[in-house]
Design a protein around this ligand. Sequence first.
Ligand code: ADP
Ligand code: ADP
Length: 221
Amino acid sequence: MIQIYNVCKNYSKDSAALDQITLKIPKGDFVFITGPSGAGKSTLLKLLYAGERPNRGQILIDGRNVTRMSGRQVPFLRRKMGVVFQDFKLIAGRTIYENVAFALEVQGRKRYEISKKVYAALKNVGLEHKLNRYPLELSGGEQQRVAVARALVVDPMILIADEPTGNLDPETTIELMELFKSANARGSTVLMATHDRDLIRRYPRRIVTLENGRLTEDREV
Ligand code: ADP
Ligand code: ADP
């Protein structure tokens, strides 16, 4: 369960990126965060993974107050999360295998366990045959599937995706959505920022709309 109470975020004095956002997201939900460019979608997601701190308000994830978390506690919060970005953010100098294994290594998992999980995560996205390649040897769609494998390899309680389909063609977009749907079916709460109205129409889910930092609509299906 994610609880967001009266959250405000400004990067500068004269404009609010987020203005008094209150939102409850139950475990297992699939929520689109939509709205025009600059509406605050990325900022809202960043607050959830503690990439930014709110100026006001509280955010509770699984009962723990993210707002008050010390820097030392943040990695424990992030263990519960998988994050996917528009620009993939893979490490160019590491193989596909190493990119996906990284989160598990940080957790101090055993080597055989890591290799089993990484292989399964890459198989899930159809890229187990490319595990020794480097990100830039793959197409954009394949790179995004690696990013999804990296996010899902930790069995995240929450999957956060910020415009994940922004650089993908329509076919690859559908493949990605199917991966998110099955992660959701296996129990991950999914929060996905997108301004792709067609995509939202094809996948009827809860829609939270932001405009100018304000929550203007929260529509359940
Ligand atoms: P969206 O994801 O909906 O496009 P953002 O959350 O990226 O919106 O941005 C919301 C507002 O905050 C915009 O006006 C943007 O320019 C501003 N903003 C976002 N990140 C920063 C930052 N790091 N520093 C200053 N302003 C920022
Ligand atoms: P998105 O469209 O996914 O929100 P952006 O291209 O707006 O991404 O932002 C890319 C990066 O630049 C983010 O880390 C964001 O926080 C930062 N950023 C966005 N707007 C501003 C701004 N007005 N000033 C400084 N940094 C910004």
